[in-house]
Design a binder for this molecule. Structure first.
Ligand SMILES: Nc1ncnc2c1ncn2[C@@H]1O[C@H](COP(=O)(O)OP(=O)(O)OP(=O)(O)O)[C@@H](O)[C@H]1O
Length: 802
């Protein structure tokens, strides 16, 4: 998902003037409409006249009057309105007594209904409101065929004779005079040229009722605007002052002009996405899909749809720390503040921390000191053990403890001895498991002595607390984005919030993008998903060449069927409709020329820098000019959103410093608040999960991975050299057998290793293979963040004998 920015309209004075003129014109047309014959009594007549003013030749609004739902039970839908803000299913209040506003909410008159409330069983408005909601459901179904999001359909109840602007569940309740200002204030969702297509879908879903004439329209026909011209005589249902106040409409028009137009995906979705946003699941469910297939978009639309339909609260939780901010911004623009307020967007650790604090049971989470504790435990317990012979980097064993042992809720050695370590390629024998367990116990002792907790402790503490006393908030649904990185304990925690209720738990993600070990079958967490797995197959983000290069990187890797979300490729092919330039792969002999090439390429994106700032690289061997299409020719980048993504935080820091020294503004991903600007975003592959950028740069993306074979005929040489196990962050084995030095010690990002011969050789090789696999998956995440162009820097020193 991209971070969305707010937009702005034209010069202020001009906007005010135009808005006022338009408001006056609308008032005259509406007042003229009052002169036509009445329908639905005086109230309906006023509403029809007001709405009719919006329609007419050259105006992007259509009004369908007097419609009925198919096979309905006598439920009349009085008006269907389509315009730039979407579809409105409008009913006019008919019951007696009239609801009156009280404290901003509509209440039925005294003596009727439950405690005077307008809705709810037995209340006077209940039947009409239910009918309106049912009609809105039907409208959603009707327009789903052309990919319109359910969020673009709103039921509106108009209460004549009162000033009201409030929400009852998903129904917007408005006074007649509040109707136009409220509609015109809404951001535009539909382009004018789609309004007729949407109106046609609605006309099919709601056939004409037949019968009364409404505002001069034949039953079932679009309302002819402006019937009964200004001065057409006194209205039968009241006078023009009850239609709306010109200044309020002018203010609404002016405010709407300030809104940036919504992006395409906020209104029109792929039909498969609309179906999933509205789908009723009978229990826990999952949506898988390769990178860019619109999973997060579905998660957002579904969260908003469920919050509107059921009232919420909905918990939209993500396993990627940088994502909640993006989701929250997307949701606000997509669904507006009323609905966004009913969706809680957060990260899993963020939710757990807030929940435990609220219970006065906060844990002292301190990941930095926890990492230090692990290093200490390794130095005194691990390094001298059999583990060092398999992998001498404590981070490998830290992953074992964090994700395999604690993440999967293993609390005893007996459990650990029986554990199938899905995704970990090395089979550990008893002696090795004993050594891991000793390391784990020592680590736990150090955490306890320091009074600190790591992330798994936080999640486990939250689960214990939820089991002791469920949270006060009764979530109607929990939607998890990037769920491939959810731990078993995390899944138990989220499942505990909603159980197996219909539409309760939804896991959204892509197993191919899983960046941690510790996979587990969902049933181990008590979650049954059978028959409720859906897959998205259209890549809306990247171009075909980028998608192909990324897939080639991981294609040869084994599938692990155990995860909560297996790779979407596992479920069938992905379609990428968009073409674009091939990834630009720069292969250079040393770090200096690599960095120069990167600066030159990034500099091309930042106005003014290319000419003055960074040193230019020599033409890259084997690489086309940056951004060049397959046929050649330089194509200047069109957008400013660029990111440099790295394998490690140390590498990201180093490149941030390099770019800054060259005068290129940078912004770390974890500090990106979505504000517009030319700063180049910098962070790790992990921090970029779920995000996207127009232009992505992957420095030091070394490694003889599958992509080398796809795009570089020197791959055969790599294979001959044996440079096949480039690992992400660890030195593998006690013997480092590297034929080439790549990366720098400071990066720790790309160190070749090879398995030594010997008794433990096969396990060492398995560990190396696994690390290489994880590195490829992380790089795959980095590559698939690119929408338009992808730059890959590779250092390949000349072969020793050349
Ligand atoms: N129906 C659509 N029409 C146009 N654009 C779309 C549509 N659905 C999604 N997109 C766009 O495609 C891009 C990818 O969408 P999204 O982030 O939801 O994919 P994803 O499957 O969650 O990706 P990833 O797993 O790689 O994070 C975004 O820019 C989004 O706005």
């Amino acid at each position: 998902m991209a971070i969305v920015h707010e937009g702005s309209g034209g010069p202020a004075a001009e906007r005010v003037e135009l808005a006022h003129l338009e408001a006056v014109a609308l008032w005259e047309r509406a007042a003229g409409g009052l002169g036509a014959a009445p329908c639905s009594g005086p109230a309906g007549h006023r509403v029809t006249a007001a709405l009719g003013a919006l329609t007419g030749p050259g105006r992007p609004w259509r009004l369908l009057a007097d419609r009925r739902t198919r096979g309905d039970r006598g439920l009349g839908v009085e008006l269907l309105l389509v315009g730039p803000p979407g579809v409105f299913v409008i009913g006019v209040q008919r019951w007696v007594p009239r609801p009156a506003p009280r404290g901003g909410r509509p209440f039925a008159g005294g003596g009727h209904g439950v405690g005077g409330e307008m809705d709810g069983p037995g209340a006077p408005g209940h039947r009409d409101l239910a009918a309106l909601r049912a009609a809105a459901d039907l409208a959603e179904q009707g327009v789903a065929a052309i990919g319109l999001s359910p969020l673009a359909v709103s039921p509106v109840l108009v209460v004549d004779g009162h000033r009201l602007d409030t929400v009852l569940g998903r129904v917007h309740v408005l006074g007649t005079a509040d109707l136009l200002p409220a509609l015109l204030r809404l951001p535009a969702r539909l382009p004018a040229d789609r309004v007729d297509a949407v109106a046609a879908c609605l006309a099919a879903a709601f056939p004409p009722a037949g019968g009364r004439r409404c505002g001069g329209a034949r039953p079932g026909e679009p309302f002819p605007a402006g019937r009964g011209l200004p001065g057409g005589g006194p209205s039968p249902g009241g006078d023009g002052r009850e239609l709306f106040a010109v200044w309020e409409v002018a203010e609404a028009l002016r405010a709407a002009a300030l809104d940036a137009p919504l992006e395409h995906w906020m209104t029109f979705l792929h039909p498969a996405q609309v179906a999933l946003a509205r789908r009723r699941f009978t229990g826990p469910a999952r949506i898988a899909g390769a990178a860019g297939t619109g999973k997060t978009v579905v998660a957002l639309h579904r969260a908003a749809h469920l919050a509107r339909r059921d009232g919420g609260p909905v918990l939209l939780v993500t396993c990627a720390g940088t994502l909640p901010r993006v989701l929250d911004a997307g949701l606000r623009r997509l669904a507006g503040p009323h609905v966004a307020a009913r969706v809680e967007t957060t990260s899993l650790p963020g939710w757990a921390t807030g929940f435990l604090r609220g219970r006065d049971r906060a844990v002292a989470l301190d990941p930095r000191r926890a990492r230090a504790a692990l290093r200490t435990a390794w130095a005194r317990t691990g390094r001298a053990s059999v583990l060092a012979a398999l992998c001498d980097d404590p981070r490998y064993w830290s992953d074992e403890i964090e994700h395999v042992i604690k993440g999967r809720g293993v609390t005893s050695y007996e459990q650990y001895t029986r554990l199938h370590r899905h995704g970990r390629r090395a089979v550990l024998r008893t002696r090795q498991r004993e050594a891991v367990w000793r390391l784990y116990e020592d680590y736990e002792r150090l955490l306890a002595a320091g009074g600190i907790a790591d992330r798994p402790d936080l999640i486990a503490a939250a689960l214990d607390e939820v089991r002791r006393l469920p949270p006060g908030t009764d979530y109607t649904a929990v939607i998890v984005d990037e769920a491939q990185d959810l731990s078993l304990v995390g899944l138990r925690l989220l499942h505990a919030l909603v159980g197996d209720r219909p539409d309760g738990l939804l896991l959204v993600g892509d197993g191919q993008q899983s960046v941690f070990p510790g996979a587990f079958p969902p049933q181990d967490a008590g979650v049954r998903l059978r028959g409720r797995t859906e897959v998205l197959r259209v890549n809306h983000r990247g171009s075909r060449p980028i998608a192909a290069a990324a897939r080639a990187l991981v294609d040869g890797d084994p599938h692990d069927d155990a995860g909560v979300l297996v790779g979407a490729d596992h479920h069938g092919p992905v379609v990428t409709p968009r073409d674009g330039p091939r990834p630009h792969r720069v292969v250079v002999p040393d770090a200096t020329s690599h960095d120069q090439a990167l600066l030159a390429a990034v500099g091309d994106l930042v106005p003014g820098l290319a000419a003055t700032g960074p040193p230019r690289a020599a033409p890259a061997p084997g690489g086309a000019p940056y951004g060049a299409p397959p046929g050649g020719g330089f194509v200047p980048p069109r957008r400013q959103d660029a990111a440099v993504l790295c394998a490690s935080a140390a590498q990201a820091d180093r490149y941030a410093a390099l770019l800054r020294r060259a005068g290129i503004p940078t912004l770390p991903l974890h500090r990106d608040d979505g504000a517009p600007g030319d700063a180049v975003r910098i962070g790790t592959y992990l921090a970029a999960r779920g995000l996207e950028f127009g232009h992505v740069f992957l420095p030091h993306a070394d490694g003889a991975a599958h992509d080398d074979r796809a795009h570089d005929d020197s791959a055969d040489r790599d294979a001959a050299d044996g440079v096949t196990a480039h690992v992400g962050t660890a030195h593998v084995g006690t013997a480092h057998v590297g034929t080439a030095h790549v990366g720098t010690a400071a990066d720790g990002a790309t160190t070749p290793g090879a398995a030594p011969a010997g008794v433990a050789g096969s396990v060492v090789a398995a560990v190396a293979g696994e690390l290489a696999e994880v590195e490829r998956r992380r790089r795959y995440v980095g590559m698939t963040r690119a929408r338009e162009t992808l730059w890959i820097g590779v250092i390949r020193p000349p072969a020793p004998d050349s």
